[in-house]
Structures are given as structure tokens and as C-alpha cells.
Design a protein around this ligand. Structure first.
Ligand code: NDP
Length: 339
């Protein structure tokens, strides 16, 4: 059983060398201690920015499970059931949810898994567009941003797993959408493949405020926040009255010991801006509503999804840490069995 292990707690930017890929023997039987669990064979693993937070020493003020040095890391994935102690799952079923970064896992709490009923679309999509990232984009945009036709929408980390979908949802509603990303290849992708009206490379702008003024001379109605820090500050300075900010993530802050300052906070009051943080888990009970909306769009090719698939668990650590330097183009996935 090939496994990805976290060697020690991480400070600063995570590196490939913070992980080790080891091999251990595995019994392909559900262990006796896990009567109600399931034994699965993992197919695809999802690389997600929040996993950086789990590399810290456990912080009891966060009610989440952190990684344990010396143990297998875990995250969202797609898996096939080999043996089940859960009456709702049987051998051969496909599921998505939290699993180990390894070939075979025992999942002790299978109630938290989502059963996959539609396999006419790529299975890897359940790590992204049809899984956690897709729900984040869908509910974050439609529920949290309360968008209206014709509004000016700005998306950061726009070519990533979440951002590329937010931009397409906003376009389909008739909004004007600008995205930002960190390479020319991603800018071309946003404009030529994903239908954004405009896009700019934030790494090439010495003055983010000026870049936003150039793209939004009349200001921003909706900001889908994925990066935080200096970008958030510049955006606040360009928000229109009664604008809305969906605080989805702040990847620019995850590797810092101290957060970057935000000076324009007062503008939240002056411009009556609504900033709302949200966690995608709050929407998991609405998964079937989400699938009903998004699956037909995928089948009709009205939604595009760009994936970046790393081959094999050996390539997993580099793929995961690559999120923090922008190495991924689109949703970063690891195929457990090389393609
Ligand atoms: P992506 O697929 O967008 O990958 C991360 C991207 O972030 C990189 O490719 C890189 O692209 C960009 N990035 C990395 N470092 C920086 C930086 N310092 N400044 C600006 N951009 C940077 O990730 P996801 O779409 O999966 O996640 C996007 C955000 O959504 C994250 O902040 C994540 O934590 C959050 N999230 C929140 C959820 C919730 O429930 N609230 C659920 C899921 C995700 P580039 O080349 O453009 O720099």
C-alpha cells in the first residue's frame, strides 16, 4: 500500500521534502475493529489549499482534524468500495469524500461519504466540479454573492478549481467578469477558453489598485475572494456601494506567520459592503440540488472544467505544494493509479 506521509509540522511554504512516499503491506480485508467501516481503493485525490492549514500543529480553536507527523495525510478523493460494513454501500460502489493519500484506505465513518450515481462524466470531476470545489463555487456565488444580471464581478485565483467555475456562473447570468491569475498561460485560458471578459496577471502589476481601476472604471459589485492580503485591500478600495464580497479563501496568507495588513477596511462601512465568510460544508445537505443544476451543464458542454492531473502517488507531494506557487493549471488532481 503506497502512502504519502507528512514528516513533520510545516512552517513557511510547504516543500515536497516535507512528505515521504512509503510502501507498506496491506490486508485487502476490512479489519475486525472496523465493523461499520468500508475498505476502499482510492482512484483520484484532490489537492486543496486548506490542506496547508492541517500541516500546522493542532490548534484547538479550529474544530478540525490536523495531520499527524509520521502518519498518512488525508483529503477529498474518489474511491471504489472493496468491502463494506455499511448497509448503504456495497462492493463496487463509487464514492467521494475524505480518504487517505494511499492506495487502499479503511474509512471508519462512511456516512460522511457521498455515493456517486452518475459515472458518464470523468470520475476525477468528483474531486472538483462535482465535489467540494464545485459546491464552493456554486453556493458561494449564487447564495453568498446574491448576484444580479449586469453586475461587475471580480474573481481572484480565477483559473483554479473554484475560480474557473465562479467566472462561468457569473457569465451565464450576464455579469461582466474579470479574473486574475499568476501566469500568461492562465490569463489566456481565462479569456479564450473560460469566457471571462478580461483577465490580468497580478504578478505583473506594480499597482493593484491601478490595475483594478483600469478594469473596473465604475467599480466592483461582487468580489469572489480566494487570495486575501494585498489583493483584498486593493479590491476594497474599488468596491461599489452595497457591493458583496464572498470570503471564500485567502491562499496568500496560508504560509505566513503573520497576516498581511488590510488598510481599506473602513471602506466596508463607507460603501455599505457586505463581506460574508462561508464554509462549503454548510451546503452539503444541498448536494442533490447542486448536481441537478450542474450535471446537465457539463453534459451539454455549457460548463468547461480544466484539470491538471498528476500521475501516481509519487507525484502527489509536488502537486500538493505546487498550489502555493501556482504550478497547477486548473483543478489539481492526483491519479492514484497512473493514467
Ligand atoms: P486553486 O486551484 O485556485 O489553486 C490555488 C491557486 O492559488 C494557485 O494555482 C495560484 O494561482 C494561486 N495562489 C497561490 N499563492 C498565491 C498568492 N500568494 N497570491 C495569489 N494567488 C496565489 O485552488 P482552489 O480553487 O481549490 O481554492 C481557491 C481558494 O478557495 C483557496 O483560498 C481555498 O482555500 C478556498 N476554498 C474555500 C472553501 C470554503 O469552504 N470556504 C472551499 C474550497 C476552497 P496563480 O497562478 O493565479 O497565483
Amino acid at each position: 500500500n503506497q502512502q504519502v506521509i507528512l514528516k513533520d509540522f510545516v512552517t513557511g511554504f510547504p516543500r515536497e521534502s516535507d512528505f515521504e512516499v512509503t510502501t507498506s503491506t496491506v490486508s485487502l480485508k476490512l479489519p475486525e475493529w472496523s465493523e461499520k467501516g468500508v475498505l476502499v481503493k482510492n482512484q483520484y485525490l484532490s489537492c486543496d489549499p486548506y490542506m496547508r492549514i492541517l500541516m500546522h500543529k493542532a490548534d484547538l480553536s479550529f474544530p478540525i482534524d490536523f495531520f499527524t507527523p509520521g502518519s498518512v495525510i488525508f483529503g477529498y478523493g474518489v474511491a471504489k468500495v472493496l468491502e463494506s460494513g455499511d448497509p448503504n454501500l456495497k462492493e463496487g460502489d463509487l464514492v467521494w469524500g475524505i480518504t487517505g493519500w494511499e492506495e487502499y484506505s479503511v474509512i471508519e465513518d462512511p456516512q460522511k461519504l457521498f455515493k456517486i450515481h452518475h459515472s458518464d462524466v470523468p470520475l476525477s470531476y468528483y474531486t472538483g466540479i462535482l465535489g467540494m470545489a464545485g459546491m464552493t463555487a456554486y453556493f458561494g456565488f449564487y447564495d453568498v454573492c446574491c448576484p444580479k444580471k449586469g453586475e461587475y464581478v471580480f474573481v481572484s485565483a480565477a483559473s483554479g478549481a473554484v475560480g474557473q467555475l465562479v467566472g462561468q456562473f457569473a457569465k451565464s447570468l450576464g455579469c461582466y467578469v474579470v479574473g486574475t491569475a499568476g501566469t500568461q498561460q492562465k490569463i489566456d485560458l481565462l479569456k479564450n477558453k473560460l469566457g471571462f471578459d478580461e483577465a490580468f496577471n497580478y504578478k505583473e502589476e506594480s499597482d493593484l489598485n491601478a490595475a483594478l481601476k483600469r478594469h473596473f472604471p465604475e467599480g466592483i459589485d461582487i468580489y469572489f475572494e480566494n487570495v486575501g492580503g494585498k489583493m483584498l485591500d486593493a479590491v476594497l478600495g474599488n468596491m461599489r456601494a452595497y457591493g458583496r464580497i464572498a470570503a471564500c479563501g485567502m491562499i496568500s496568507q496560508y504560509n505566513l506567520e503573520k497576516p498581511d495588513g488590510v488598510y481599506n477596511l473602513l471602506r466596508i462601512i463607507l460603501q455599505r459592503i457586505r463581506v460574508q465568510g462561508f464554509e462549503v460544508f454548510d451546503y452539503y445537505h444541498r448536494y442533490s440540488e447542486f448536481l441537478d443544476a450542474v450535471l446537465p451543464l457539463i453534459r451539454a458542454r455549457k460548463l468547461t472544467y480544466v484539470e491538471d492531473i498528476a500521475d501516481g502517488l509519487n507525484a502527489g507531494p509536488a502537486a500538493l505544494v505546487g498550489l502555493f506557487s501556482g504550478r497547477n493549471v486548473g483543478k489539481q488532481v492526483v491519479a492514484v493509479v497512473p493514467q
